[in-house]
Write a protein that binds this ligand. Structure first.
Ligand SMILES: NC(=O)c1ccc[n+]([C@@H]2O[C@H](COP(=O)([O-])OP(=O)(O)OC[C@H]3O[C@@H](n4cnc5c(N)ncnc54)[C@H](OP(=O)(O)O)[C@@H]3O)[C@@H](O)[C@H]2O)c1
Length: 332
């Protein structure tokens, strides 16, 4: 790319903070596009500290997006929600937001969009993944050259699934109380007295957790290479792990031993339904439905194209938990 200004939407998010750092390290100028009123003040300060310019734009605000993308050669689109709330539905943020970003990119003369979708996105998928599919479709239809990446869930410092997995193993059955605001320390003591981790259903559903460093390698190349334009890349870690196997790996990384207690599916379903009354549930109905579908892929295309040596889950977890967390906003 001749011009090196890249706009990153969702720049104060978990993956956004990593993408911004990578781009700055590689010499790109970055326009960090952030939701007006964001509470991610630590990450925002870190992004500014890296020398990015900040533009405020909701993905529902076409005019603000056009101003944010003015003079940018590329957009990395990272905004999405995985949980709906009042005024922020999957359709509004994940589908329509992607359409608005593509429309603004077109008006602003942006030459490419690197769009982060999600592994399993498809027209018949559970609701979140269906909205991610519709977001892809909006980007494709816009006519702006694009690269679509469909990552599995991403493991890295400062947020995402790594911190959740570690808390689930450390706190066992007390994890929901932690999410409700109870301090971790006394719950960890209780968890030592009852060293179990509840598992919803069989624990045999599979996924391919991805190290954020592998994702960043792909995003970096997707911005530079013309031969990848128009392509879709599914991207997971090197191994398909059952949820049980994944918990075993987390225990090994943390040096903890816990017994996995499998809940019958009928009980798991009933429990997840009751969780909807909690302000910050451990899992939502949408996440539960998505969890039960095997979320795996064939990495061959991405590995060959980008020359990847994918990092195993245990390495990814170690990196995520032990690396300094400049961008930690994870809270609960
Ligand atoms: N993390 C994963 O494991 C994973 C796996 C597969 C795909 N992905 C995809 O990767 C992308 C980034 O995910 P992430 O984990 O980094 O998510 P994240 O931490 O939740 O970041 C998303 C960002 O989007 C911003 N945002 C939300 N609604 C917005 C709106 N209406 N207008 C403007 N900005 C808005 C959020 O701002 P506030 O925080 O201020 O609300 C947040 O900074 C998403 O597209 C996601 O679907 C993630």
């Amino acid at each position: 790319m001749a011009e090196r200004v890249v706009a990153v939407t969702g720049a104060a998010g978990f993956i956004g903070s990593h993408v911004v750092r990578m781009l700055r390290t590689e010499g790109f100028e970055v326009r960090a596009v952030v939701r007006p009123g964001t509470k991610k003040s630590q990450r925002l300060a870190a992004v500014q500290g890296l020398g990015c310019t900040v533009a405020y734009a909701d993905v529902g605000d076409l005019g603000a997006l056009e101003r944010a993308f003015d003079g940018c050669a590329a957009v990395v689109h990272l905004v999405a929600i995985i949980r709906e709330r009042v005024g922020a539905t999957f359709d509004l943020v994940n589908r329509r937001g992607a359409a608005e970003v593509a429309a603004a990119a077109k008006v602003s003369g942006v030459q490419r969009i690197v769009h982060l979708s999600a592994l399993g996105a498809g027209p018949e998928a559970p609701r979140y993944l269906q909205s991610k599919w519709m977001g892809e479709e909006a980007i494709r239809r816009s006519g702006v050259p694009s690269v679509i990446i469909r990552p599995s869930f991403v493991i890295g410092p400062g947020g995402g699934a790594a911190i959740q997995f570690a808390a689930v193993v450390r706190l066992g059955p007390w994890y929901p109380l932690y999410l409700l605001g109870v301090p971790a320390r006394p719950l960890e003591v209780l968890a030592v007295l009852a060293p179990i981790v509840p598992v919803l259903g069989s624990g045999q559903y599979r996924s391919m957790p991805l190290d954020v460093r592998d994702l960043l390698a792909v995003v970096g190349q997707a911005l530079r290479r013309d031969d990848v334009l128009g392509e879709v890349y599914e991207l997971g870690g090197p191994h398909a792990l059952t949820y049980d196997g994944l918990l075993d790996d987390v225990m090994a990384v943390l040096g903890l031993r816990r017994w996995k207690v499998h809940m019958p599916m009928s009980l798991a379903r009933a429990l997840v339904r009751e969780f909807r009354y909690l302000p910050n549930p451990p899992i939502t109905q949408d996440e539960f439905e998505a969890l039960l579908v095997d979320n795996v892929c064939d990495n061959t295309k991405a590995v060959r194209t980008f020359g990847l040596t994918l990092k195993p889950f245990r390495d990814a977890m170690r990196y995520a938990l032990h690396h300094p967390r400049q961008f930690d906003e994870s809270g609960r």
